[in-house]
Write a protein that binds this ligand. Sequence first.
Ligand SMILES: [Zn+2]
Length: 509
Amino acid sequence: MSQSAVRLAVSPVLALCVLLAAAPVGGADVPSVRALTILHTNDLHGHLLPFSYPDVEDETSPIAKMEATRDIGGAARIATLVSRIRAEEPDRVLLLDAGDVLDGTPFSVYHRGKADVAAMNAIGYDAMVAGNHEFNVTFEELVDLVETAAFPILCANARILEGDPDLFADPLLIERDGIRIGLFGVTTPASAAYPACVDRIEILDPIETARGMIPRLRKQGAELVLALTHLGASGDRELAEAVPEIDVIVGGHSHTRVEEPILVRPPGAERPVRIVHAFQWGGELGRLDLAIEAAGPGRAVVSTAHRSLLPVTSALREDPDVAALVERFLEPMLPIYGVRIGEAAGDFANVGFERATVNLVADAMRAASGAEIALQNYGGVRESIFSGPIRMWEIASMLPFDNRIVVVEMSGARLREVLASEREFLGFSGLEVVWRDHDPIQVRHEGEEIRDDRIYRVATNDYIHDKMFGDLPIVAETEELQRETVAAFIRAEGTISPVRDGRTRLAGD
Ligand SMILES: [Zn+2]
């Protein structure tokens, strides 16, 4: 029996409940202590199939703390784990997702979130909140996605300006183990910039919205209040400080691995607000077991909490129905994404300060465009490529966004500014940069410090162009998507090796 199975077999909260329930509690029908098991995922980003993380050098990385890092996750295994826990804790489980199922693997590119939502229907999610990436489609695609979901998609701070005002579900009152739980969802204001929101959806202040939810849910009879959020860990802290009436926040967005609940107790508050997140991609299932006590008429409080992050490994048998469903969505994709492009002679780990993945993308962009310099944001490169055959699947997982390559002419002075503003999260080709305190103190091109008054031909993706120097006219651009350019580069090379040549480094390293 695996370690995780042992942990699952004995729920400490359940044990506590059994003990307390055996004690005389004044003859009431309702036991004085009830139990709630919250299971949660966040930032799944299209990871319907198992995946692996690369080895990490940095011990502070959340990956370094995980029990299992290879061949983990997958919707069909999560389904098995959830069913098992539901059987062990009948009527006590709430299964929640804190947003960003979209944008990651080719599933997202091809099915626009519908494959993920179909799998979540089959697993039996109780609710999710829309993350910013759920808005990275057209408004019509978003409507389609929400209608595909058999569970409520919450987003109380989204105001529909044009279209069905009731697109998102109203706050919920859910009963588990006799506890009336009020549940609402709020998303990050950053969502407003995504395509589905432009001109159609206004994103209101999440804290103001949450404040308004409390009396509304109390009036409906909520004894306990849960917030399902996509605000990031710091946004959740601010929310907890501002709205201490919330009992538990289940969050996402910052890809934070919360091993023990983050406790926030604003001055004067009787109890802390508990915040949990489950890192990303469903490599672990978040679990929070709560013992709930009555606290006056119509109110309840969390008396004890037990936290675990359950590894989703190959030790879990795949749920056959969910596996078949994923297979059905995968099949039409294989003619595109199953095509073999080339071979990786080593692991291209998408972690650390200098990344072989980012270098690969930037080198390919520079070669294809003929520019002197290429710039690539770290955030646009998502997954590692492992040693072995490279298919279009790996390339699209590394570059899930539909970006194109553009070329501009830029002065050396502006280039320095661009690097300084994006700090060391901008990768490149054709440059060597030394950083101190996030400042580029040395910026070399072909062995010489760049000249402020010289004009350089710089390639980047259209996202970075729009975001950072949209005022500079495009002098050349590609028809094809960036990932197609990178695929052509790999195809021409045949076999590629990871490059980490110290082009970006900290002063003194
Ligand atoms: Zn997000």
